[in-house]
Ligand binder design. Structure first.
Ligand code: G1P
Length: 289
């Protein structure tokens, strides 16, 4: 039986240039979708998948992320004194148990592969998940739950994928499959940001992975690839020489919240999916249109 996936790496470092000017002072993954920061949804997804320990890879100026996952006694005491139990419970919903989260500095922006490698000492010798928090997934069951279910069938490594919009494959990591039969298929290759016309399929890497710890040795010496960065995709391609990789076409919708319009779409979609807000949100949107 495959070893269980208990830990997840969440690379949140990055300048957030696509969401400037707010990115100057607010880490992009703390921006709101409806009334919660993006990271709140990601952490909820991780927990649903059985993740017990989350490793955030952060950069300078992102202390607000650590603070978000800490208790805030002034506010909690005030709410409790006023009997505002619901707000208090909601406030505490995202908090970890002591010791369930680690924060590691990526001291230079060397790429996603390097960010994941920074987690090696905390992950140790066991399979782990990687979740790219820009990519917010609306799915039932949650995307990482689907990935873990696939992993329990195949073992090895899982890469969650989805069809890329026409003409956009060059913006992503793209996978090559050994035939396409159903949603879970063995991979034969992958390439980061292939020039248009050279893509091996239309399936892009969406931002959820389950990886074996051997990836760390590879990332340690992985050369820079697309964009001059140490790419996770290149590291996985090298690991594929000795280990199995499967691509899972998950069922759900992805919103790229690192992008202004993606964030707007996520806000609309998540508001419409909230039982307490759906009707009012629909009316407000209709009125605007
Ligand atoms: C990263 C990955 C890429 C993946 C993408 C999803 O690229 O390297 O393989 O398809 O995330 O958002 P980035 O968006 O950091 O350029």
């Amino acid at each position: 039986m495959a070893k269980p996936v208990r830990k997840a790496v969440l690379p949140v470092a990055g300048l957030g240039t696509r969401v400037l000017p707010v990115g100057k002072t607010t880490p992009k993954n703390l921006l709101n979708v409806v009334d919660r920061p993006i990271l709140s949804y990601i952490v909820e997804e991780a927990r649903a998948a059985g993740i017990e320990h989350m490793v955030f890879i952060v950069s300078r100026g992102q202390g607000a992320i650590e603070d978000y996952f800490d208790s805030i006694p002034e506010i909690e005491n005030a709410l409790s004194a006023k009997g505002k139990v619901e707000i208090l419970e909601d406030l505490r919903r995202d908090l970890p148990q002591p010791g369930q989260m680690s924060f590691i500095r990526q001291m230079a922006p060397l790429g996603l592969g390097h960010a994941v490698w920074c987690a090696r000492h905390v992950i140790g010798d066991e399979p782990f998940a990687v979740m790219l928090p820009d990519m917010l997934m609306q799915a039932s069951p949650p995307a990482l739950v689907q990935a873990v279910a696939a992993y329990e069938k195949t073992g090895g490594n899982i890469v969650v994928v989805e069809p890329a919009p026409e003409g956009e494959t060059h913006k992503y990591g793209i996978v090559a499959l050994d035939g396409r039969d159903g949603r879970l298929n063995r991979m034969t290759g992958m390439v980061e940001k292939p020039p248009l016309g050279t893509e091996p399929s239309n399936l892009f890497i969406s931002g959820r992975y389950i990886l074996q710890p051997e990836i760390f040795n590879i990332l340690e010496t992985q050369e820079r690839g697309a964009g001059g960065e140490i790419q996770l995709t290149d590291g996985m391609f090298n690991l594929m020489k000795t280990q199995d990789f499967h691509a899972l076409e998950y069922e759900g919708t992805t919103y790229d919240c690192g992008d202004k319009l993606g964030l707007l779409r996520a806000n609309v979609a998540f508001a419409l999916a909230r039982p307490d807000l759906a009707d009012a949100a629909r009316q407000a949107i209709k009125a605007l249109l």
